[in-house]
Design a protein around this ligand. Sequence first.
Ligand code: AGP
Length: 612
Amino acid sequence: MCGIVGYNGSENAAEILLEGLAKLEYRGYDSAGLAVRNGTNDVEIVKAKGRLRVLAEKTNDGKALKGTLGIGHTRWATHGEPSENNAHPHISDDRNVVGVHNGIIENYQELKEKLLRHDYTFYSNTDTEIAIKLIDYYMKKYQEGPVDSIARAMMRIKGSYALAVMFKDYPEELYVARKDSPMVIGIAEGATFVASDVPAILKHTRTVYYIGNQQIAKIGKGTAEFYDIDREPIQLEAEEVTWDAEAAEKGGFEHFMIKEIHEQPKAVRDTISSFVKDGNIDLSEAGLSEADLAAVRSVIIVACGSAYHVGLAGQYVMEKMARIPVRVELASEFRYRDPILCADDLVIVISQSGETADSLAALRLAKEKGVPTLGIVNVVGSSIAREADRVFYTLAGPEIAVATTKAYSAQLAAVYALAIQLAAVRKQINEEEYHDLIAELQELPAKMDRVLEDKERIQWFAAKYSNAKDMFFIGRGIDYAISMEGSLKMKEISYVHSEAYAAGELKHGTISLVEEGTLVVGVCTQNGLFEKTRSNMAEVKTRGAYLMGLTSYGNYAIEDTADFTVYIPRTSEYFATSLAIIPLQLLGYYLSVARGLNVDKPRNLAKSVTVE
Ligand code: AGP
């Protein structure tokens, strides 16, 4: 996810563009850049690695760049590490076409090879540079205008994009196009604004056009003309934005956390699309061949917090599916206990930020011991990503809320992919089972959307329990891993003391804590364990607990025991975590809201724990 801005008017574009980018930094902030038409038929481009303030300092807050037409970009790297070279805007070799992009071009390799065959060269590692040069290629090949050239490129690009593009021979115009990535066009007197999201233009206008998928716009000074992909002119209706700036930054949601909970289907869909190619799992981008996986004797997953809970779920999935020994360790323990590792182990370090001190130390320890390492990381170019032997990037986009949700879900997708591929190379699943699992994996985002439709019931239940003092989450197997994450969400954002417990272990002491009204959440997604866990739920119910059940549609017997039940769509039991975690995220969120707490920035916590 990145932030795009564009301006065509009579004021100094660079200053307006920087202001707009500042409102979009939540969409990405590892590098930024501007391109401004300076009255000649060339552009002036300035880019900088790091937060937006670095670019602002470099351009004297935009004053050093003269011109009334320009584009800007704040980046969240998906292809190519954060660097000045990879920062947008990107420009064709003869400076004919310059542009910025938000999205993921899935067939960038194929398009790059095509352009290389036509003597194009590349200076960056980004998919965006390829898109810009593809537009240039079509403009030269067919000798047509900007709309035609962009339309031809759109026909060839697979994936998602929002593009803002300027052309050397059209010094008064800006062109935009989109598919699946957001883009809004604001119209004011004598000036037109373009942005990935409303916050960037609200200061100037509330009159906007939302161009549709595979539509193109020609942006003049206070004007916009629209075309479809067939280059036919189309009419769009202007709309008035009613949001205030703060609400707009959160996409109309009250908090980043609830916004990111709702972004989980997209985060999982984008991550899956990065490794499922033509119906097969392809881990080549993570540098993992089938031979590499076949050589792995055992897996050690090391992480902290929610990432550790992904590892717990992954252990059950990998061991059951691939029949490979898997152990999961807290990074803060692993790094000090001189673990026993073998050269044919694989140490997997899971980390959203890629900067967690304990996880980074664990990675370095594994490398000192000569053990192959793999990072599952959400931030391109982060320390763990750079130092691991191999890295599997999740595509959750920037996660602003301290409590992780969409990154956790994207990490699960990455772990499922590894499990399926390990099972295949170890001949634990046949061809049909392999493709059935992949098909089910690709169904997950839609099923996650269905779970989110049930959020009002969770909100009602959370309000009912907003004064809870103690809470237990119990489950067996994968349901225990789910309980661990549900409990952490509850603790870290609603400050309710809660504990996750292996349901079968309760009677060995902890059940003594259960008293009249204690809330216990029983997680029962694993059919083979359903009756076992349900009997544990009955045990705590006889001691006065109030029971919330969480299970798949069809397991209605749970209502004989639970006082309140939440159902999730059926899916492979391997992937149940991805659906069951959503009601628990919502429960923690709504309870925090009911208690009037700072959901996005809970007390005592940081988004990335870069110290011991
Ligand atoms: C999860 O909601 C917390 N923010 C925290 O447990 C987090 O998962 C942990 O600090 C690990 O962070 P990382 O994934 O960036 O390494």
